[in-house]
Ligand binder design. Structure first.
Ligand code: FES
Length: 188
């Protein structure tokens, strides 16, 4: 390599640094549009998805029969650009045993406008209080009367809610039932 070629390579390398930096600045908003949970200017870094503080645990014996419904509080840490760099939020949930023996868990935050909904076991009670008679136990929201069919994965069967409530991932180990994470996409 001649002295001239070496100098040219060196100058090219030096000149490319601000170019690469500008490219990073330009592409960062675009990447945040594609992946809103990545940090600004940290295109290749890990996303700042919320993380469970610790699983909520039940034992199998706490669900002796179908339609036992137990409330719980699930804590998640959210990345925030505050001095603590995080905020812990508490999400109320219900764990319910289905007739097939499976335990499912849902956030109690109504996907309509964020009220906290109830577990209503008796269809007649639902008909009186929520204007809809279901075939079995449901979740029902007192604010605008959305009703969710638990046996059908939280399907909306009445009212204005746009979709089922967010579900939790439930893991079973021996006789231990752990609620480990909330479906992604927000709280409500
Ligand atoms: Fe639950 Fe409107 S907030 S139905």
């Amino acid at each position: 390599m001649t002295e001239g070629t070496g100098r040219r390579t060196f100058l090219k390398t030096v000149a490319s640094i601000p170019l690469a930096f500008s490219f990073g600045l330009l592409i960062s908003p675009f990447m945040r549009f594609l992946r809103p949970t990545i940090r600004p200017l940290d295109i290749l870094g890990p996303s700042d998805q919320p993380a469970a503080l610790k699983p909520v645990e039940f034992s199998d014996a706490e669900f002796p029969e179908a339609w036992v419904c137990l409330p719980f509080m699930f804590e998640q840490s959210y990345k925030e650009y505050n001095p603590e760099e995080k905020e812990v939020r508490k999400i109320p949930g219900y764990a319910v045993k289905l007739p097939n023996g499976e335990v499912v868990a849902y956030s109690r935050i109504c996907p309509h406008l964020g009220c906290i909904f109830n577990f209503v076991k008796d269809p007649d009670e639902c008909a009186k209080g929520y204007n809809f008679k279901p075939n079995g136990p449901v979740f029902a929201c007192p604010c605008h009367l959305s009703v969710y069919d638990i046996a059908q994965g939280g399907k909306v069967v009445s009212g204005p809610a746009p979709r089922p409530p967010r579900s939790f991932t439930v893991k079973v180990t021996g006789d231990k039932i752990s609620i480990v994470s909330l479906e992604a996409g927000g709280i409500a």
